[in-house]
Write a protein that binds this ligand. Structure first.
Ligand code: UGA
Length: 447
């Protein structure tokens, strides 16, 4: 078997671990450098610190090709290509905090024949600035487009691979393109700043799509239309597309909130007021609170009421709590005097420290016991399987707000539960059922 190009990865976070595991799966030897010793220890034992489907299997299957270390020397002792996958969280000013990136650049230095491949999402202009600082280091921008929850599949079957480099570093861009060739995706070769902008613009566009459909949902609530039907009808136009048209409690996670903010600030710093993006962010902030208005339609006061949150993570199949709508909601409910109980199949551990006032239940049914209101926050598939007749008996006042338009409104209402959703004022009301002709294209809406 011919030797495949060895690879270095800095940072064992979501992107770093998935990048390392997937390149190992394709046959590369990968050295992963992580500064947190406990993380390295647990990875060496085969324990994966994040909840990401397929990742543990991939890491254990390729353990012989994966080396986890805290030592930079081990990483610099071999691979030509070093993927930087460190966090770039927002600072108080809203700009991206590039200190981890900066540290990685300094630690790599300017060794001959090596290239830094930037996977972290960075402001446009970062690559050029690093090149000015470290002219001897080849630099390639290769933004990552994976989604948490489907990260392994997204990495191994990418829609596109974006590779940005300046003329002097073409050899490094060629080497990165060679790495991705077996994955068979279209490759976009471009300059550094355009590659960086493709990443920010893609996330901003998807966030815009979500805020747009959320505003349509809010209008649907006023005028008596059903946003899920509206999205289905819109999505069949290929210029619009059906994906990312699910109205709900707004977008969360480590990417959309941070990247929309970063692009807004980047534009502002360069003298441009990005009006549309400002609105996208504002709509999202308000959307996280929409549930409060839905509840107050039915309850005068939340003082002393028990509210059950079904789901805490920012989306299903992850234990990631960053910017989760549940955080805003729990705080608002607490502020209104309610006691909050929650159940999430995997995020309760990470959620505990963030939500000290929230009681964590052992199951969805336990959370619903004696609750005055239930709010579906995260669309975990198991919540669709609940026995609604049993739920109605257990709740002290059966009121359910489906924050993700995820449940079957007819089943919930038939069980005697008052059902509220986002932009579906008559969902489940048998006298106002919307009939849709079956059509396979219409069924392909996904997130
Ligand atoms: C997002 C992008 O989808 C990835 O392409 C990108 O690589 C990643 O950010 C990143 O920059 O690292 P992710 O944050 O993992 O991925 O999750 P998404 O599946 O995009 O969901 C983001 C949020 O939008 C979630 O809170 C989800 O509930 C919400 N959402 C998504 C909606 O409210 N409606 C939708 O139709 C789709």
């Amino acid at each position: 078997m011919s030797e495949k190009e060895p690879i270095g990865v800095i940072g064992a976070g979501w992107v770093g671990l998935v990048t390392a595991a997937c390149f190992a799966e394709v046959g590369h030897r990968v050295v992963v450098r992580e500064i947190v010793p406990e993380k390295v220890e647990s990875l060496r034992r085969g324990e994966v610190p994040i909840h990401e489907p397929q990742l543990p299997e991939l890491i254990s299957r390729n353990s012989e090709r994966l080396l986890f270390t805290t030592e930079m020397d081990e990483l610099l002792d071999g691979p030509r290509l070093i993927f930087v996958c460190v966090q770039t969280p927002p600072t108080y000013s809203g700009d991206a905090d590039l200190s981890a990136v900066q540290r990685a650049v300094e630690e790599i230095g300017e060794p001959d024949g090596r290239a830094l491949v930037m996977k972290s999402t960075v402001p446009v202009g970062t690559g050029r600035a690093i090149q000015r600082e470290a002219p001897g280091l080849a630099y390639v921008s290769c933004p990552e487009f994976l989604k948490e929850g489907t990260a392994v599949k997204d990495f191994l079957e990418p829609d596109r691979v974006v590779i940005g480099a300046e003329a002097d570093d073409e050899w490094a861009a060629d080497a990165v393109e060679d790495l991705y060739r077996p994955l068979g995706a279209p490759v976009v070769r471009t300059d550094l700043s355009s590659a960086e902008m493709i990443k920010l613009a893609s996330n901003a566009y998807l966030a815009t799509k979500i805020s747009f459909i959320n505003e349509i949902a809010n209008v649907c609530d006023e005028v008596g239309a059903d946003v899920t039907e509206v999205a289905r009808g819109m999505g069949l136009d290929p210029r619009i597309g059906s994906r990312f048209l699910n109205a709900g409690l707004g977008f969360g996670g480590s990417c959309f909130p941070k990247d929309t903010q970063a692009l807004k600030i980047l534009a502002g710093n360069s003298g441009y007021h990005f009006q549309l993006l400002n609105s996208v962010i504002e709509v999202n902030d308000l959307q996280k609170r929409r549930v409060m208005a839905k509840i107050s339609k039915h309850l005068d006061s939340l003082v002393g009421k028990r509210v059950a949150l079904l789901g805490l993570a920012f989306k299903p199949d992850t234990d990631d709590m960053r910017e989760a709508s549940s955080l805003v909601l729990a705080a608002r409910l607490d502020g209104e005097g309610a006691s909050v109980v929650a159940f999430d199949p995997v995020a309760q551990g990470p959620a505990r420290a963030l939500l000290p006032a929230v009681e964590m239940a052992g199951s969805a049914m336990e959370a619903l016991e004696g609750a005055d209101v239930a709010v579906l926050v995260t669309e975990w598939p198991e919540f669709a399987e609940l026995d609604w007749a049993d739920v109605a008996k257990r709740m002290s006042r059966p009121l359910l707000v489906d924050g993700r338009n995820f449940l079957d409104p007819v089943a919930v209402r038939d069980a005697g539960i008052t059902y509220e959703a986002i932009g579906r004022p008559s969902a489940g009301d048998r006298s106002a059922v919307v009939r849709v002709a079956p059509g396979s294209e219409a069924e392909d809406a996904d997130r």
